[in-house]
Design a protein around this ligand. Structure first.
Ligand code: MN
Ligand code: MN
Length: 462
């Protein structure tokens, strides 16, 4: 058959590196340096919000005031309880033409300290944790951990904690069992060999000198915390202290084609949406909105999750600022729910449908549906919405692929998509394929990271 005819008939499954220009190749590397920096600075959702506000302010964004009038080109943001953030750039067209929304989450699986975490056992000071999100518990032992978060004191002041990242900082860790004594443990199923209540972080081992005191090692740790942060054991009750991996992101592979690091689900998409909005400020027809939300990893509930009304309030405030009808805006809006997907892993080939799995370096993955079993929990975008996405991405030369997470009945997952469709907003899932998703060292392909950004930029400019 004629080569051009064949190209027309068959879906293009070429490696992304065969489909981009030299200029895009260079832009991709620059983009990924910015992404790695963002990933390094934001190890918790709070830190991502802080970093995002700094970046936005530097570009002239200001907090949205309720009741103010907005005009095309205005750049505003709103922070929700220091854990989620919304940004908007007002387009040339009325909001009644709809907004273009990119939504990603900035919370990641981790170990949270319990409300009364500190105890001493056998002259070691330890901290009890309660894991947040879908972790594989065996990943979290015998790795260096940092402690990030806030302590909100009863007097109304907040202390920021960040231990383990600066050069010269100590790190924390959770011990694993030595193989010499692990005969029984090794025979346990993977999911219960390390139990949730075993994820206790070692904080110290040196006692205070006063020999008549009880729990002298715990006392020493409390003393150090008090000296550095002015906090007491009671203050930990109103704290959010998160144990996260204590290492920075790094290039992976001899060819440096990949990025390894903690928290890429879903900060890889969060950064892509944010950067795409920044780079579209001058060209937007319709109003562009960037959502960086908290709580996706535990079901999107809570004040700062997508189940909360915070997004509805923000959109209503934007519409009121233009005298636009909210319902008309919603009906004409489009949302890309940008969240990572699984990249085909030859080490675990049996869980993927090889014909429908995302591949590293084939670009951003579009998912018509997520969910598990019979698409349970999926929003399953209408074919018309998928066709719209194909049109927009192809017109802008974005490298993309269509994908499903894994084999039918092998498992599954969800995103914030159904919280957006519940609001009546046409929504499609898309995201960067990852290897080792939810591990403390997730791996992405640089080309796919960049194409996630390019996809969002194409939607903003459509
Ligand atoms: Mn995710
Ligand atoms: Mn996740």
């Amino acid at each position: 058959m004629e080569e051009t005819k064949k190209e027309t008939l068959l879906l293009n499954r070429d490696n992304g590196y065969d489909r981009i220009s030299a200029a895009e190749r260079a832009e991709l590397d620059t983009y990924c340096e910015g992404y790695k920096d963002y990933l390094d600075k934001g190890r918790t959702e709070r830190e991502c919000v802080t970093e995002t506000v700094a970046m936005a302010k530097a570009r002239g964004y200001r907090p949205l005031a309720r009741g103010e009038a907005l005009k095309p080109g205005d750049k505003v943001y709103r922070v929700i309880s220091n854990k989620s953030i919304l940004l908007a750039v007002i387009g040339r067209e009325s909001l009644e033409k709809g907004a273009v929304i990119g939504g990603a989450h900035i919370d990641c699986p981790r170990l949270d300290l319990k409300p009364t975490p500190l105890y001493e056992d056998s002259e070691l000071a330890l901290a009890k944790t309660h894991y947040y999100g879908g972790i594989r518990k065996y990943h979290w032992v015998s790795i260096p951990l940092a402690l990030h978060g806030v302590v909100c004191k009863a007097d109304g002041t907040t202390v920021t904690v960040r231990i383990g990242d600066e050069p010269g900082d100590p790190v924390l860790t959770i011990s694993d069992l030595l193989p010499h004594l692990a005969d029984k443990q090794s025979k346990e199923p993977l999911w219960q060999a390390i139990k949730g209540e075993d994820l206790n972080i070692i904080l110290g081992s040196r006692p205070v000198p006063e020999k008549d005191e009880k729990e002298r090692v715990k006392l020493m740790v409390l003393n150090l915390l008090n000296e550095k942060y002015g906090i007491t054991e009671a203050d930990l009750i109103s704290a959010e202290l998160c144990a996260v991996p204590a290492y920075a992101p790094a290039d992976v592979g001899l060819d440096r084609s990949m990025i390894g690091g903690y928290g890429q689900d879903d900060r890889v998409c969060g950064y892509a949406v944010l950067k795409a909005l920044f780079d579209s400020e001058a060209t937007l027809q319709r109003t562009g909105i960037c959502i960086l939300t908290d709580k996706e990893e535990i079901g999107s509930y809570g004040l700062t999750g997508m189940d909360s009304a915070y997004f509805d309030i923000f959109l209503a405030d934007l519409c009121r600022a233009q005298g636009a009808d909210l319902n008309t805006c919603i009906e004409h809006s489009f949302c890309l729910s940008v969240d990572v997907t699984a990249a085909y892993d030859p080490n675990f080939a049996n869980v993927y449908d090889v014909r429908n799995a995302a591949r590293l370096n084939r670009g951003v993955g579009l998912c018509k549906y997520t969910g598990s079993r019979g698409k349970s929990g999926a929003s399953d975008a209408p074919a018309e919405v998928v066709a719209y996405a194909r049109r927009v991405l192809d017109a802008d030369g974005v490298v993309w692929q269509i994908c499903e997470l894994g084999k039918v009945d092998e498992g599954g997952g969800g995103t914030i998509a159904h919280y957006m469709t519940r609001r009546g907003i046409a929504t499609l899932d898309a995201g960067t394929p990852l290897l080792a998703m939810h591990a403390p060292f997730e791996v992405s392909g640089k080309l796919d990271c960049y194409m996630t950004y390019r996809a969002m930029r194409a939607f903003y400019n459509n």
